[in-house]
Design a protein around this ligand. Structure first.
Ligand code: GLY
Length: 273
């Protein structure tokens, strides 16, 4: 089957943003490296403040920005959890996979590892993301007693993600600022193997949406494990339609690909000869 890359801009991203993703894929140079072909568009989305990943990541309710990212190809996996002050968390996740003996690094340890790998200090905050926190604080305190935990239930999550199929191999990459609003230290589905991301010899799957529910269902592995039992479209639709919170999936196999969400979700697909 043709070499191909499929990307999404997050559950809840307007479908009109697909043109931004089309441009990212148009500018993607072909490499005979399935992992790089998945990581490269995620890096572009991290660098674009329109997306909730890297620059433009949503803040925690204490004002800090902690980001999650993961990569997977074959049986290899790497992720960073609640990493701070780096430009491209997805590159650090790749280094966890390729250059460290571990599969996951979190918090201060992830940030320290990034510095050791040569990634300098970078503040990913934007005016837009901090404005969102300001509005949240105004809303939760306007009646005197703040009830932030009540508001924490109303989450929006917009991970970005990519899956690639290059010369019969598969890879996946994801990156997110998390699901706003959330506590410092909160971890969603994205950096957890099988929850927000899975890739193996049958294909690659990434999820977006409310991470708690996606992780409870081990959604990406659950979809991956069914590949071959029905059409990819039917497998993905059945799983996503069972969610009552926002949820989206992109997936690619040897012969099929799908982008499906129970809310709006920008996506783009490109084949390479
Ligand atoms: N899906 C992104 C998150 O819940 O963190």
């Amino acid at each position: 089957m043709a070499n191909a890359v499929l990307v999404h801009g997050g559950a809840g991203s307007p479908n009109s943003m697909s043109s931004v993703l089309d441009d990212i894929l148009k500018n993607l140079k072909f490499e005979n490296n399935v992992l790089n072909m998945a990581i490269s568009p995620v890096m572009s989305m991290e660098d674009n403040p329109l997306f909730n990943a890297g620059t433009g990541s949503v803040p925690r309710i204490d004002g800090s920005i902690q980001m999650d990212a993961a990569v997977m190809s074959g049986k290899e996996f790497g992720s960073v959890i609640c990493i701070e002050n780096v430009k491209n968390p997805v590159l650090v996740a790749r280094d966890v996979m390729v250059k460290s003996p571990h599969i996951m690094l979190s918090g201060d340890g992830a940030t320290q590892f990034a510095r050791e790998m040569g990634y300098g200090y970078y503040n990913p905050a934007t005016e837009r993301s901090m404005e969102r926190l300001k509005k949240f604080n105004e809303e939760t305190t306007k009646n005197g007693m703040p009830d932030k935990f009540k508001f924490l239930e109303k989450k929006s999550g917009d991970t970005v993600g990519s899956v690639s199929r290059i010369n019969g191999k598969f890879a996946a990459a994801v990156s997110t600022g998390g699901a706003f609003p959330m506590l410092r230290g909160r971890v969603g589905d994205s950096p957890i193997i099988g929850a927000g991301i899975y890739a193996g010899e049958k294909g690659a799957v990434v999820a977006t949406g409310i991470g708690e529910e996606i992780a409870r269902n081990l959604l990406s592995y659950r979809i991956y494990s069914q590949i071959g039992e029905a059409s990819l479209g039917n497998i993905v639709k059945k799983e996503v339609d069972s969610f009552t919170v926002s949820c989206g999936i992109i997936a690619i196999t040897e012969n099929e690909y799908i982008s499906y969400s129970n809310t709006s979700m920008a996506y783009a697909y490109r084949e390479f000869q």
